[in-house]
Unconditional design. Structure first.
Length: 292
């Protein structure tokens, strides 16, 4: 379905995260005799992820101080989302608006039956109806593609890897009564590099899902150039009104948004979003190649 094989890339990257976790587990089992802690960390990670996944809509909406809107308050949003949901033969999500001038939008929810789409006041003021339609098509496809589940699993594995790596740093090295201890240099290297590798893979997973949502959203609206135009405006708008990058709740929800909400160059370098120019170029190529 996806012209850039993003589904295959996601599967490959998720496999890489599992392989990294297994490598750490193997090192602990062979050298420290404390493999039971992997299961403890795994259970903690899974429990935390299950909670976040089940309550993903509440957590994200709360972080943006979003409020529900009626059709009388936002007729344009309702008209667009109702039309696109009917075209996709999927349930219509709940609609919210976030009271911030920073232009952005996101979708959340564990499945199409329990989903929400939120636009900031800034994006509603910035975009015309055609561009807003492109953005909402993108967000709906995140829900319909079950991207919240994918990102939750990736975050869970990354969290477990980080926790196990920290355990290695502070408690690794093997039992004093057995000479199978792990090389301390290897322990230090793994404890430092494993979380970085997990974060990079998690970032790559999120970026492939953004490309998918761009492509599928453009197919849903039958107008890739509308989304390309919206992304251009969003990049400029966010640079003038970024969200606060020191708010951890916003940082935790930033991967859900259609554009990286932080203005600093450092944040963009480690962003879960692909470069905006690449996304725009793909959409323009899609429009040119298929005669939209």
């Amino acid at each position: 379905m996806h012209g850039h094989n993003n589904g295959l890339k996601t599967a490959f990257l998720m496999g890489g995260m599992f392989a990294l976790l297994l490598a750490i587990g193997s090192l602990i089992s062979s050298g420290t005799g404390r493999s039971m802690f992997i299961w403890i960390f795994a259970l903690i990670g899974l429990a935390s992820t299950a909670y976040s996944y089940w309550n993903s809509d509440k957590l994200a909406l709360r972080s943006m101080h979003a409020y529900p809107v009626s059709e009388a308050e936002q007729p344009e949003m309702y008209r667009i989302v109702r039309e696109l949901s009917m075209n996709a033969q999927q349930p219509m999500p709940r609609l919210y608006v976030s009271p911030t001038t920073s232009p952005n939008a996101f979708a959340t929810g564990r499945n199409p039956q329990n989903s929400a789409v939120c636009c900031t006041e800034g994006i509603l003021q910035l975009l015309n109806e055609r561009e807003l339609r492109g953005v909402l098509g993108h967000e709906l496809m995140h829900v319909y593609n079950r991207d919240i589940l994918t990102s939750s699993v990736a975050a869970a594995i990354a969290g477990v890897i980080t926790s196990v790596a920290q355990f290695l740093m502070f408690f690794g090295g093997g039992n004093s009564n057995d000479n199978r201890g792990v090389n301390p240099i290897a322990l230090i290297a793994l404890s430092l590099l494993a979380p970085l590798a997990a974060s990079i893979i998690q970032m790559a997973v999120s970026r492939t899902r953004e490309y998918d949502a761009d492509e599928d959203g453009a197919k849903l609206t039958n107008d890739p150039l509308a989304l390309a135009s919206a992304l251009r405006k969003l990049e400029s708008g966010i640079s003038h009104a970024p969200l606060a990058s020191n708010d951890q709740k916003l940082v935790n929800s930033s991967h859900l948004m259609i554009a990286n909400p932080f203005g600093s160059r450092l944040k963009r370098m480690f962003s879960t979003h692909p470069p905006m120019e690449d996304r725009i170029a793909r959409l323009e190529a899609m429009a040119g190649g298929r005669g939209y």
